[in-house]
Design a protein around this ligand. Sequence first.
Ligand code: SAM
Length: 295
Amino acid sequence: MCDPPATLFVVATPIGNLADLSPRARDLLASVDLIAAEDTRHSARLLEAWEIRTPLTSFHDHNAASRLPELIGRLQAGDRLALITDAGTPLISDPGYRLVRAAQDAGIAVRALPGPSAAIAALSVAGLACDRFTFEGFLPARASARRKRLGELADEPRTMIFYESPRRLPAMLDDCVVAFGADRESALARELTKLHESLHRAPLSQLARMIGEGEEPARGECVVLVAGARGIQSGGHFADELLDALVGEGIGAKSAAAVARRLTGQPRRKLYQRALELNDQKEARNSQERRPPPR
Ligand code: SAM
């Protein structure tokens, strides 16, 4: 297909192995008028490796507001622009969204040059169900917000894909054990397409232990994948056991739900309803036990 002269190309670049740049992406990057890159120094290395001499300009979240008018102006003047990021597919946990929207709104053609993305690469080798999946990107950095988000996902039936920094990986995996249960199948893909690439598929508690004890290094770039919940409420079984224990100890439904919410991040109302149910069940058991035996 022939592209109109003024076009914004969204170009995927390698996530580690430089040879993963497609021949089409290479030709295009060499032929456009300008490449907008997240980090020009980082992308210069890729372009040098492929002897691409197209001018580079920086485009990232912090300069988007000032750069947008300039880039849209060049597109409107008939230039062909490529957008790339440090690794993988632009916009996927990376800058570019505002540029793509602004270009479309200005009537500029936007074309994809598909290629690597860590999420899809990890999913394709994880050995978890991939007929339906959800991309969750990076979880919030703050522990309380992360636990809340994970709690909301406890009953998600699809395979979940998370990006995580190696620094936060140990705490993130511990929180996943609490939210999804120790036995939930999961996978950790590290350094995909690079020298120290590794892939482990194991129950969450095992992954957390491997990372916690240093059997697998918490280093490099990581994708964590968690299998979806099988059947209603299966993901929330930790919360269920916790509520059962609290209610069993005579703690009121409201307080039990508050404690469970702190530890699991699951919605307060759902926990409260469940605590009430468990309390009713406990009282029914107790009243049966108190009934005199039939003569
Ligand atoms: N746009 C990129 C993509 O399409 O995959 C993602 C960019 S995001 C800022 C960077 C995150 O992607 C890393 O923190 C890591 O979670 C994941 N990632 C990137 N390269 C990776 C690799 N080679 N192996 C594993 N994960 C990777």
